[in-house]
Write a protein that binds this ligand. Structure first.
Ligand code: KG4
Ligand code: ZN
Length: 341
């Protein structure tokens, strides 16, 4: 029997190429199941039509597994939260249609979630930090699709202070990884290989971008031209220098990000910095931020690895927070491929 003092929320995430379901009891994660889609690997990027078909295959078993792992039955659920956007339309529609049907069938509230807000609100999952960040804090969303510095004024009041003008930071990792002949998605591979290389070997371009905005396309082009020149002289250049290439590239990306965060801290006077999104799994970024706690007195909030890349726990926690506020959606909620934070 459901305990009336407890809220059980099922979270569903399907915005890109991960089908995920999580069950929460209040702000505690009971389960967080993620089915990644290997079908995209051979194409070197996500193929939208294949992603939405794979979501259709995964969604029922993933939700079933999440409920079983949590020891929660469908009739105990208080609400269902799902990703409304941003993301791939075909992928979003699978999650939202499933969530709507289940909420209708079980006669429980439906809660829509902004994926980018959710990447930052993982910091309020009970097990994440002994003390979560206090408002206002600087949120940094770094993923395959986004790069933003955000002033987080309250759970749902967020202001974008700066963002990328071209490629997202994760896209830079993935595209340069492709040039380094690494499999997609290349972020974690570059990170792993970097540990064996010397970051000072190659100097890649640092873009000059005004304010708190970012640009990663110049860095990508600088890597491309450099490799073209080197490979002409030595066809095995990439293979022979892969460790130093990865380390030098990662060094530059971390440098670009940290320089902008230094500027954001200075301009806003806010010293709490919380990161979120797939690229926040990066060890170079994590180490550089941890250092800032002692050198510059920042309070840094870094999510556990399983809450960095796309997952439904991030959707579940927002579901719980909105449930507390009685912020419910209805069946006419439309998925949004573009959706500001
Ligand atoms: O948040 P996410 O799972 O999906 C989006 O919403 O985009 O982020 C995926 C991105 C990919 O670009 C992937 O290469 C990158 O996160 N990524 C990393 C690492 N792990 C994942 N990038 C750098 N270092 C990592 N350790
Ligand atoms: Zn994401």
């Amino acid at each position: 029997m459901p305990d009336s003092k407890k809220t059980y929320v099922l979270g569903i995430e399907s915005s890109c190429d991960d089908t995920s379901a999580a069950v929460f009891c209040n702000d505690k994660v009971l389960s967080n199941i993620v089915a990644t889609q290997d079908v995209h690997k051979k194409y070197g990027g996500v193929v939208p039509e294949l992603a939405s078909r794979a979501h259709q295959q995964h969604i029922v078993p993933v939700v079933d597994q999440a409920l079983k792992a949590a020891g929660v039955t469908k009739d105990m659920l208080s609400a269902i939260a799902f990703t409304r956007g941003p993301g791939l339309m075909g992928s979003l529609l699978v999650g939202s249609s499933f969530a709507k049907s289940l909420s209708l069938g079980l006669d429980i509230p439906l809660i829509e979630v902004n994926h980018m807000q959710a990447h930052l609100l993982v910091h309020f999952i009970a097990e994440t930090h002994p003390i979560p960040p206090k408002f206002p804090f600087l949120g940094v969303t770094i993923s395959g699709g986004h790069t933003q510095i955000v002033r987080v004024k309250s759970y749902f009041d967020m202001e974008v202070l700066g963002e990328t003008l071209d490629d997202a930071i994760g896209e830079a990792f993935d595209k340069c990884g492709k040039m380094f002949k690494l499999p997609y998605p290349a972020g974690s591979e570059i990170d792993r290989i970097s540990k064996h290389g010397d970051p000072n070997t190659f100097k890649f371009a640092k873009p000059r971008v005004k304010g708190l905005d970012f640009s990663f396309s110049g860095l990508k082009t600088s890597v491309l031209y450099f490799l073209q020149k080197q490979v002409k002289e030595d066809p095995a250049f990439i293979e022979n220098n892969i460790e130093d290439l990865c380390a030098s590239f990662q060094f530059r990306v971390v440098d670009i990000l940290i320089s902008k965060l230094e500027k954001a801290v200075k301009e806003t006077g806010i010293h709490q910095v919380a990161i979120g999104g797939g690229v926040s799994a990066n060890s170079g970024i994590r180490e550089a931020l941890v250092k800032k706690q002692t050198t510059d007195n920042w309070s840094v909030f870094i999510p556990k690895f399983e809450f960095c890349t796309d997952n439904a726990a991030m959707i579940g926690i927002v579901g719980y927070l909105k449930y507390q506020n009685n912020e419910f959606a209805n069946l006419s909620s439309a998925s949004k491929a573009r959706y500001t934070i």
